[in-house]
Design a protein around this ligand. Structure first.
Ligand SMILES: CC(C)(COP(=O)(O)OP(=O)(O)OC[C@H]1O[C@@H](n2cnc3c(N)ncnc32)[C@H](O)[C@@H]1OP(=O)(O)O)[C@@H](O)C(=O)NCCC(=O)NCCS
Length: 201
């Protein structure tokens, strides 16, 4: 953990989205969003995700917010009903943290996850001063790897993390965004391209 707790409460605004705190009134929407096969497949959520799981989830979310160990925000369009979630957790003293996201099935393919990830990652870098942001993604999760790529994350090369789950063993790759290295990565790729095609870029 960093020396100071993560800010609470928090509202963040990004392109077409408002990220806001979860509230007790969100229980029915939360259950409808999370009780879904892709979320069961690709995230550690309990399945089936019923009202009891929802109550426990909102309680843990609030604890994590109040004790400052995580940021966990509902993705909304204008601060209204939740359409998904984005979270930041596992902050270390070397200014690294992990980010996770999910979007309810009816709301997918509208850019919500990409907008939420960019907004929270921007806040983490600029307001919290975090240097390295990580995503853990199963390589078969095409939707999530597309979101990572679109938001400027790249495969870190860290060894895969193996996990046993209800769908068998999974292998999570680490994707990273390192502050200050984006330009350097672009230059590296241009140099590789120039060597490959024997021309200067
Ligand atoms: C992964 C997930 C959050 C994506 O949410 P989303 O709001 O639909 O994503 P976006 O609309 O922001 O899409 C961002 C990019 O991913 C691409 N994408 C999204 N879903 C895709 C899919 N199923 N297949 C291929 N590409 C996909 C979009 O086309 C877009 O790429 P582009 O910028 O090149 O057009 C959503 O599918 C989900 O909640 N899945 C289940 C939970 C999960 O996997 N969470 C992540 C765990 S690591």
């Amino acid at each position: 953990m960093t020396a100071s707790p993560l800010p609470y409460p928090l509202t963040l605004t990004g392109p077409g989205i408002v990220l806001r705190e979860w509230g007790a009134d969100d229980l029915d929407d939360l259950v409808a969003l999370l009780d879904e096969p892709d979320i069961a497949r690709w995230t550690p959520m309990p399945s089936p995700f019923d009202a009891e799981a929802g109550v426990a989830y909102l309680r843990r979310a609030r604890q994590g917010r109040v004790n400052g160990s995580r940021i966990q925000l509902a993705i909304t369009e204008e601060g209204g009903r939740p359409l998904g979630e984005v979270s930041l957790f596992g902050v270390t003293t070397d200014l690294t943290a992990e980010i996770g996201y999910l979007v309810g099935r009816p709301h997918r393919r509208r850019g919500l996850a990409a907008a939420a990830l960019s907004t929270l990652a921007g806040y983490a870098r600029e307001a919290l001063g975090l240097r390295r942001l990580l995503l853990r993604i199963d390589p078969d999760n095409t939707a999530s790897t597309s979101v990572a790529r679109r938001c400027g994350f790249w495969l870190s090369g860290d060894p895969p993390i193996h996990q046993e789950g209800p769908y068998g063993s999974t292998r999570l790759d680490t994707w990273e965004f390192v502050a200050g290295q984006v330009g350097a990565r672009r230059e590296y790729r241009q140099n590789v391209a120039s060597r490959r095609y024997r021309r200067r870029t």
